[in-house]
Design a protein around this ligand. Structure first.
Ligand code: C2E
Ligand code: MG
Ligand code: MG
Length: 477
């Protein structure tokens, strides 16, 4: 109801209609002001879900969120992680400096942990000196997810490198962290918490101030990834990277372009595919140097082939990560490479993913238009597995849409997949883009796709990724 002073008041309203002796209706109303009740309710709710001291979510709220995220993870086949942490030797600080200092320390610890995680992740206090973090939306690859959680755990641990100042005391604390990851085998909230807790105790036992995963296999995988990160640093210096080029074929069977695909010749492990190291490269920020190398190498190759493709359609496509695309000097970097290599920008195509389109549409728009003006074209890679808004797609200067290979692979398993492909092709054409299908392995896929209007193909049915020499051969016949 509206108060006479103008503001609204929540009320419990009860109305009763009676008829008086003349038979006319009369209405009797009772309205109870709920303002105070609501306030008390909110307070009770807060007490029930939050920790009084640190104002962090408590165990109950944490469990609610954990259960929610488990459902999401299962539905979207992504992973989540639970980080269980406990301060080393908190009891002795509490005993020697008093509870007031102990309480203040816990508050500051809470803030320090909170500062290290993303807003959408949850940090909670389970009581005493136990803090538990929930990381959501991690990669569905266990290795990558393990690596992602390890990095967050390390960030938190590093945040404790400098001491806390409390009531003239300089207090140094360390913490031990146990990590468990969601997987098909351990997927209840109770499992995840118990495992993270166990891992935390193991961490404390081995060494205070350490991080441990629940499973040894997971621990090994993380160690391997860390090692890979170290090797990656060397790989650039030792020139262990090389590019393969996978032909793109038009309806007449002519090669009208290639996609540059990165390979790493590892001194001990042999050839490593990008899916196994791009995530590590992104985490360690080495991706910037690697992609600069890829762009330069691809453009040099383009120049070297110049006399072969002179009067025909031919483009080279280069994959660009979201991180690289997001750098402030991305446009000038590409421009620099084009000018230095004296390549025709019309022959350069950049493959970006739907994530780039969604991340920061304003920035994406400006950069893409600037590059497009120079003559560079864009393809949207792995289309269909992300979420991009049609509204965004139509404002961007995209000239090619690349149907993700999972759709091509699933063809003929049911009418739905066929309908999806048909819809994608029609939509792309309506938006003025041409369509390329990737991962084409079979004749019947080619037949179906060309019937539906697909313009270009890429896949093992035509060629595997080839060395530059082999592409040169392909030009010659
Ligand atoms: P992508 O851009 O979607 O590349 C296509 C992938 O499909 C390549 O895997 C290619 O070898 C594979 N492929 C091609 N034809 C077929 C087929 O008929 N069947 C099947 N099953 N697969 C096929 P690759 O080379 O392992 O690359 C994987 C991903 O790594 C690429 O996916 C791309 O996202 C990324 N990548 C590759 N090179 C670079 C690079 O220089 N920079 C960045 N940022 N990412 C790269
Ligand atoms: Mg690609
Ligand atoms: Mg792709």
């Amino acid at each position: 109801m509206q108060h006479k002073d103008g503001f609204m008041v929540p009320v419990l309203s009860s109305h009763l209609m009676l008829r008086n002796s003349q038979g006319n209706p009369e209405m009797y109303c009772v309205d109870i002001d709920l303002t105070e009740t609501r306030k008390v309710q909110a307070k009770i709710e807060h007490l029930a879900y939050f920790d009084e001291l640190t104002k962090l979510p408590n165990r109950r709220l944490f469990l609610d969120r954990l259960n929610e995220e488990i459902t999401v993870a299962r539905r979207n086949s992504i992973s989540i992680a639970v980080l269980y942490m406990d301060l080393d030797k908190f009891k002795s600080i509490n005993d020697s400096l008093g509870h007031a200092v102990g309480d203040e320390l816990l508050k500051q610890v809470a803030n320090r942990i909170k500062d290290q995680i993303r807003l959408e992740d949850t940090v909670s206090r389970f009581g005493g000196d136990e803090f538990v973090v929930l990381l959501k939306e991690l990669s569905n690859s266990p290795e990558v997810a393990a690596n992602q959680s390890q990095l967050v755990a390390e960030k938190i641990r590093t945040a404790f490198d400098h001491s806390f100042n409390i009531a003239q005391h300089k207090i140094s604390v360390t913490l031990s962290i146990g990590i468990s990851l969601f997987s098909a085998e351990n997927n209840t909230a109770a499992d995840l918490l118990k495992q993270a807790d166990t891992a935390m105790y193991l961490a404390k036992e081995t060494d205070s101030n350490s991080i441990r995963f629940f499973e040894t296999a997971m621990q090994e995988a993380t160690d391997a990834q860390l090692l890979l990160g170290k090797d990656l640093r060397q790989a650039l210096v030792r020139e262990e990277f090389f590019l393969l080029y996978q032909p793109q074929i038009n309806l007449d069977g002519k090669m009208i372009g290639v996609e540059a695909l990165l390979r790493w010749r590892h001194p001990r492990r042999g050839i490593i595919l990008p899916d196994q190291f791009i995530a590590v490269a992104e985490d360690t920020k080495l991706i910037f140097q690697i992609e600069a190398w890829v762009l330069l190498t691809a453009c040099r190759q383009l120049k070297a082939w110049e006399h072969l493709y002179k009067n025909i359609d031919f483009q080279i496509s280069v994959n660009i990560s979201l991180l690289k695309f997001s750098t402030a000097d991305f446009v000038s970097h590409i421009q620099g490479i084009i000018q230095e290599g004296r390549v025709d920008p019309q022959r350069l195509r950049l493959e970006i993913t739907e994530r780039v389109v969604n991340e920061n549409i304003k920035d994406t728009n400006i950069k893409m238009h600037a590059l497009n003006k120079m003559g560079v074209s864009f393809s949207i890679d792995d289309f269909g597995i992300g979420y991009s808004s049609l509204n965004h797609l139509k404002t961007l200067p995209l000239d090619q849409l690349k149907i993700d290979r999972s759709f091509v692979n699933d063809l003929f398993q049911g009418p739905k997949d066929e309908a999806v492909i048909e819809t994608i092709i029609t939509m792309a054409h309506t938006l003025g883009m041409n369509v390329i299908a990737e991962g084409v392995e079979k004749n019947e896929q080619v037949r179906f796709l060309s019937e539906k209007g697909c313009d270009t193909f890429q896949g093992y049915h035509f060629d595997k990724p080839l060395s530059s020499e082999m592409v040169t051969e392909r030009f010659l016949h």
